[in-house]
Every structure is written in structure tokens, then in C-alpha cells.
Design a protein around this ligand. Structure first.
Ligand code: THU
Length: 130
């Protein structure tokens, strides 16, 4: 998939987000080592800490389907129909890191039609791993 296609997939699944508490919708689309694409959106809960991030959903779907490695992950966030740059939260940086290497690309849609591409080292330098 092209970056544009992956961003469009993330934008589309963002519309499915369940986020009545924050009204901040997030969609994530990732491509694994086999070219398969997995989607996730944030799912909030009345007991706030039980909510989950879009990236976590996409990663779970990849693992459940047998995928092992994130080649590219695109993230789109924002209120309602709008988009606002949404770099992954700290916990999701560590989640993405688990299935990444130095070539993994993290694409984040900006406030406008452009996007930024990061590496894992940009987002989580000196990261923890076993
Ligand atoms: N959120 C994500 O889904 N991914 C992130 O990386 C940042 C935050 C969600 C969690 C919550 O439902 C909403 O955005 C506001 O924090």
C-alpha cells in the first residue's frame, strides 16, 4: 500500500472510534511483513483507564492473524471530521516498538493534508527492550 492509501485506511477507521468521553477519534492502519493491513480505532470506557488506543487495536489484530512485524503504521486523529496531528502516546510507542525495527515507518497525519514520517528511534530513543 502507498502511504496515501494507508493514511486513507486510518482516516476511514477513525470514523468507527468509540470515544464519547474525549470526543477525540483515532484510527490506525498498519501493514505487516506480508503486506497484510490491520485496522484499529480507540475504544473508550466509562471506567476511563479501561479505554484502549487505536494502535493497540491494530497491533492486536495483526498478532491474532499471525503477523510478526510492522513495516508501516499510519495514524490519524482528531475531533469529529477534522484531523489534528496525533503522534502515538507513550504507551503506544512502546507497543509499536515491540514489533518494529529501524526501518519501521510511523506516519502521522498533520493538521492539514500533509503528514510526517518518523522512525521508532525518533519517537522512542534509548528504548527499553529485553
Ligand atoms: N489515543 C489513541 O487512540 N492513540 C494515541 O496514540 C493517543 C490517544 C486515544 C485515547 C483516547 O481514547 C483519546 O485518544 C484521547 O486521549
Amino acid at each position: 500500500m502507498t502511504d496515501e492509501e494507508l493514511l486513507e485506511a486510518a482516516r476511514a477507521v477513525k470514523e468507527k472510534a468509540y470515544c464519547p468521553y474525549s470526543d477525540f477519534h483515532v484510527g490506525a492502519a498498519l501493514e505487516d511483513e506480508n503486506g497484510n493491513v490491520y485496522l484499529g480505532c480507540n475504544v473508550e470506557n466509562a471506567a476511563y483507564p479501561q479505554g484502549s488506543c487505536a494502535e493497540a487495536g491494530a497491533i492486536s489484530a495483526m498478532v491474532a492473524a499471525g503477523g510478526k512485524h510492522i513495516v508501516t503504521i499510519a495514524i490519524v486523529g482528531g475531533s469529529g471530521d477534522g484531523t489534528r496531528a496525533c503522534t502515538p502516546c507513550g504507551g503506544c510507542r512502546q507497543r509499536i516498538h515491540e514489533f518494529s525495527d529501524e526501518n519501521t515507518r510511523i506516519i502521522v497525519k498533520d493538521d492539514d493534508d500533509s503528514w510526517h514520517t518518523y522512525t521508532m528511534d525518533d519517537l522512542l530513543p534509548s528504548s527499553f527492550h529485553l
